[in-house]
Design a binder for this molecule. Structure first.
Ligand code: UD1
Length: 431
């Protein structure tokens, strides 16, 4: 079983290159089947979630050709199966993006519902409401979400909650509907905008992405395109906080600083220097970290996907901090692991963490409970005194490409080990 072995204490110093955004790549890959023409997509992160989605696409007849590690050529002309029930697809949340894409193009789709409830129950009522508003029938049977329509007709849809997934799914289906769709209370995340730009480059007519009202004028068909995915805001934010936690000095390259504003603002508040240039951000942490308060919110608020990383940093700050999670119900599970490392954190009502900063963390045997918390706990291990051994690291590979290799290049003492012997070898090597 693979584990991470970590010896904490080294400040991270150097440069790290950020990859393409996972949460943009997933809907863009799904949307690439919406034309019969060939689509070229560049800057796809080579992570488990994109690999699983591409496999599922191949299984329904989509032609997929990899050109190097980050570029794929996709052709959806030969889709022969509108039932997506791949053995792995339930493991990734974004499997449901194939519903919007296939429903839009073929007016029919059956996709296995994503399983797991790792960070709180993740409803899909707003997706269903949107599809129905466009004229589709939707039922959930035998673990599949099944949708079908004679015609999809544009509609005025008010989202009851701000949902990235529902905004994206409805935007895809509406792209090939008849007439105008207006999505109110839409999500404004950079990946929503990236998908709209991608669809527009294929001939769609989408306006307002990035604001809370998106207008989609349906078109009869889409054509091929050549598109490059935006950089990953969360991967960038994770390395920015890794610099803060280890008292390091890291240049995070290939980013869009505008997408990182809420993250940079919090780093400044806790006493780090943040220097922005055109496409990179440098984080220097030379002073002790200060406490602050934060509430996760839809974009442009502080992202829920950065909540574990900031909590881990505040655990080492001076004073008392409060972190409120307002997006997902169950996103503090990792705090139990952090407490094993000496953190003083109390979670109240499931959504509020009260953090009393401590001087240091100490290495421990811990497990990654989900993707982002897994990355945050690695960072805690890098800041801790002594050795940390981490289980369930497969979660991290879902969304971070070469995570430990990028950390190693910044001077971190971290290795992927496969046995007790390799673990002992690591301990001997790093002392
Ligand atoms: C996406 C991201 C995830 C991120 C989240 C919030 C992807 C693949 N995943 O997830 O990394 O943490 O956005 O930024 O892009 N909700 C409903 N009904 C619905 C849909 C959602 O009540 O039909 C609720 C959810 O339970 C949650 C909130 O809305 O409380 C936000 O969820 P949503 O934005 O849909 O998250 P995802 O798209 O699943």
């Amino acid at each position: 079983m693979e584990q991470y072995a970590i010896k904490g204490g080294n400040p991270l110093v150097g440069e790290v290159e950020i990859g393409g955004a996972k949460n943009a790549a997933l809907p863009i890959l799904a949307a690439s089947v919406m034309t019969d023409e060939t689509v070229y997509i560049d800057n796809i992160p080579d992570v488990r979630d994109t690999q699983v989605l591409l496999k599922a696409m191949e299984n329904i007849g989509v032609f997929v050709k990899h050109e190097g590690r980050h570029k794929v050529i996709v052709n959806g002309a030969q889709v022969h199966n509108l039932v997506v029930e791949d053995e792995y697809i339930r493991k990734i949340r974004a499997s449901y993006y194939l519903i919007g894409a296939l429903l839009g193009k073929y007016k029919s789709a059956e996709v296995a519902l994503p399983g797991g409830c790792d960070i709180g129950c993740r409803a899909i009522d707003q997706h269903i409401k949107g599809f129905r508003a466009l004229g589709a029938e939707v039922v959930i049977e035998h673990g599949l979400i099944k949708t079908r329509a004679e015609h999809l007709v544009g509609s005025h849809i008010y989202m009851d909650v701000v949902s990235v997934g529902a905004t994206i799914n409805v935007m895809m289906a509406a792209t090939l509907a008849e007439g105008l769709t207006i999505i109110e209370n839409a999500a404004k995340e950079p990946h929503v905008v990236d998908l709209a730009n991608f669809l527009n480059s294929m001939g769609a007519n989408i306006k307002g992405a990035g604001t809370d009202v998106i207008r989609i004028r349906g078109v009869a068909r889409l054509h091929g395109t050549d598109y490059t995915i935006i950089p990953d805001q969360i991967e960038a934010g994770t390395f920015m906080f890794a610099a803060a936690l280890t008292k390091g000095d890291v240049v995070v390259k290939n980013v869009i600083p505008k997408h990182l504003e809420s993250i940079s603002a919090k780093l400044l508040e806790i006493g780090c220097e943040v220097k922005e240039q055109d496409d990179c951000v440098r984080v220097v942490a030379s002073k002790p970290l200060r406490h602050t308060h934060v509430k996760t919110l839809p974009y442009p608020g502080f992202p829920t996907d950065m909540q574990p990383q900031i909590t881990v940093a505040l655990g080492l700050s001076k004073g008392t901090s409060i972190v409120i999670e307002s997006i997902f119900e169950n996103r503090f599970k990792y705090v139990d692991e952090l407490i094993k490392m000496g953190a003083n954190i109390k979670v109240e009502g499931g959504d509020t963490a009260i953090i009393q900063g401590v001087e240091r963390y100490t290495g421990a045997s811990i497990a990654a409970p989900d993707l982002r918390a897994g990355a945050a706990l690695v960072m805690a291990g890098l800041a801790a005194e002594g050795f940390t051994v981490m289980d369930d690291i497969h979660y991290i590979a879902r969304g971070y490409e070469d995570f430990h290799q990028k950390l190693q290049a910044l001077g971190a003492q971290i290795e992927l080990v496969n046995s007790e012997r390799e673990l002992q070898h690591f301990k001997l090597k790093v002392g």
